[in-house]
Design a protein around this ligand. Structure first.
Ligand code: SAH
Ligand code: MG
Length: 214
């Protein structure tokens, strides 16, 4: 990853450790090579940190990253929860709004031609999506319902031979919540095979056309 973009990614606001970000970037490059011309999709962009790791690969491989987020924050970002940042609340609306910071992050990195914000609910976007993706990265709501729904609605959009990346996968319950780990197991048993593991990032490849996400 080029040094300038790497510095910007590391200083961006968000939840992506440097080693996992680099692994995500490498996965995106591999995906762009495996499925040339197909887009990348990210579920859960927040302030654009992971989008820079993915967007750099999209730029270098002449494709685009569609960065899906309603920008209202996940359950765990709301007031009173562990990952709440009061500076991200739009006082006029009384809700979190990470879109202005996301836009600034992408513009400042010079990636506006390659990272397309899709502002809305991931399930709604998935229901109208039909383009096979080189890579889908799932890092949206981490509660049971949103995480399982993101897997069910987005995994089918990964192209054959393309990659599915899942963040915050913690096999040991002492390290974090269950749902991302559960959806990782469902993907692995349902038509995807392990490619790599870096920290809590898991990367899998779609090996089967007929998915059986039980
Ligand atoms: N990838 C980011 C962190 C994402 S935090 C980083 O690198 O820092 C999770 C994000 O998922 C939040 O911004 C939240 O708004 C978004 N999100 C949660 N549920 C969603 C849903 N149903 N549709 C769209 N976005 C959602
Ligand atoms: Mg995450």
């Amino acid at each position: 990853m080029d040094a300038a973009l790497r510095v910007k990614a590391e200083s961006a606001i968000g939840f992506m450790p440097p080693d996992e970000g680099l692994a995500l970037h490498e996965a995106a490059i591999a995906a762009c090579t495996a499925v040339p011309g197909a887009p990348l999709v990210e579920i859960g962009s927040y302030c654009g940190k992971s989008s820079l790791y993915l967007g750099g690969a999209a730029r270098d491989h002449a494709t685009a990253l569609y960065a899906v987020d309603h920008h209202r924050g996940s359950e765990e970002n709301q007031p009173g929860w562990e990952w709440h940042d009061p500076t991200l609340v739009d006082d006029d609306v009384g809700l979190i709004d990470t879109l202005p910071i996301f836009r600034r992050t992408i513009a400042d990195a010079g990636l506006e031609q390659h990272v397309i914000a899709v502002v809305g609910d991931s399930t709604t976007v998935a229901s109208h999506w039909s383009t096979p993706c080189a890579l889908v990265f799932i890092d949206g709501g981490h509660g049971s319902e949103p995480a399982h729904r993101d897997l069910e609605t987005w995994a089918p959009h990964v192209a054959m031979g393309g990659l599915l990346a899942i963040h915050d996968v913690f096999p040991d319950p002492a390290d974090g919540g269950r749902p991302p780990y559960e959806i990782y197991l469902r993907a692995r048993g349902g038509g995807f095979e392990d490619v790599s593991a870096t920290g809590s990032l898991r990367v899998l490849r779609r090996e089967r056309r007929n998915l059986t996400l039980r």
